[in-house]
Write a protein that binds this ligand. Structure first.
Ligand code: SAM
Length: 245
C-alpha cells in the first residue's frame, strides 16, 4: 500500500469496525441471550415463558404468606436442618432472595448477629409483612430491599451467602437475576438454592414449583457460578450449593 493512502485506509477500517462489525457482534450476543428464552403456550400455573426448556411459574402473591408461615412447615421441610446446613458464621452477610414473609430471614438473623441479613423481594406487600414483624421483634440486623425482576439492587461483592428457597422457579428473568446474584456475591461467596425435587413424583407439589438438579445446574452455571455439591439432607428439596470463583 502506498504511504499516502495509509490515513485513508485507517479511516475506512475505523468506520467499518465502529459502524458495521461491532454493532453486528453486539446484536448477535443479545440474540444469543434472547434465544435462551422462548415463548409458548402457558400451562396452568405457568407464564408461557421458557428458560432453557423449563417453563417459568407464576409468582406466589402475598396472600400465600400464611402458607409459608404454617407451623407444620418445620416438620414437612425440615427448615431447621436447612438453616443448620447453611453453616453460617456470626459475621456473615446473607441475602434471603425471594424472602416472602421472612420465614427464613427472622430465623437466620440471630445466627448472623454481628453480620446482616438482607430480605430481598419484588413484592412490596411481602416486604410490608417483614417490616411489621421487624417492629414486633426489634431485629436490628435485617434490611428489607425492594428488588426488580432483573436486579437485586444490592452493591457488588457484598454477600457471603445468597439463599433462595422455593423462589427461583418464579423468577421471570432467571439469567439476569443469576448475573445480579453473581455480582452481589463476594469472591468465594456461595449461593444456596433450595427447590422441590422434580425427580421425585411422590412430592405433593405442582410440577412448575419443582426443579430437577440437572436443570438447576445448567441454568446457574450459565451465570459463571460453579456448582459445588447437592446434598439430599432435606425430605422434599434439593440443597444445591454454588460458589463464585
Ligand atoms: C414461594 S415464595 C417463597 C418465600 C420464602 N423464600 C420462603 O421460603 O418462605 C416466593 C417469593 O419469591 C418472590 N419473587 C418472585 N420472583 C422474584 C424475583 N425475580 N426477585 C425477587 N423475589 C421474587 C415472590 O414475591 C415471593 O415472595
Amino acid at each position: 500500500m502506498h504511504v499516502r493512502s495509509l490515513p485513508l485506509f485507517l479511516l475506512f477500517s475505523f468506520v467499518l469496525l465502529k459502524l458495521i462489525l461491532l454493532p453486528a457482534l453486539a446484536d448477535n450476543s443479545s440474540n444469543a441471550k434472547n434465544n435462551l428464552y422462548t415463548i409458548g403456550e402457558a400451562s396452568p400455573g405457568g407464564i408461557g415463558k421458557f428458560y432453557m426448556g423449563r417453563e417459568i411459574s407464576k409468582v406466589m402473591g402475598h396472600l400465600g404468606a400464611g402458607w409459608l408461615e404454617r407451623p407444620e412447615r418445620i416438620q414437612q421441610e425440615r427448615t431447621d436442618l436447612l438453616i443448620e446446613n447453611l453453616s453460617l458464621r456470626p459475621t456473615d452477610k446473607v441475602v434471603d432472595l425471594g424472602a416472602g414473609s421472612g420465614y427464613f430471614t427472622f430465623r437466620i438473623a440471630p445466627i448472623v448477629s454481628q453480620g446482616k441479613i438482607y430480605a430481598v423481594d419484588i413484592s412490596p406487600q411481602m416486604l410490608a409483612i417483614i417490616r411489621a414483624k421487624m417492629k414486633k421483634n426489634a431485629a436490628e440486623n435485617i434490611e428489607p430491599v425492594l428488588s426488580t425482576v432483573t436486579d437485586l439492587k444490592l452493591e457488588e461483592n457484598l454477600a457471603d451467602c445468597v439463599l433462595i428457597v422455593d423462589a427461583y422457579h418464579e423468577f421471570s428473568h432467571p439469567l439476569e437475576m443469576g448475573q445480579s446474584i453473581y455480582r452481589t456475591l463476594k469472591p468465594g461467596g456461595k449461593l444456596v438454592l433450595i427447590e422441590y425435587r422434580l425427580e421425585d413424583p411422590g412430592i405433593p407439589i405442582k410440577k412448575l414449583h419443582k426443579m430437577s438438579q440437572k436443570q438447576a445446574i445448567k441454568e446457574i452455571s450459565a451465570t459463571g457460578l460453579e456448582w459445588v455439591q447437592t446434598s439430599e439432607v432435606l425430605p422434599q428439596q434439593h440443597f444445591m450449593v454454588f460458589r463464585k470463583p
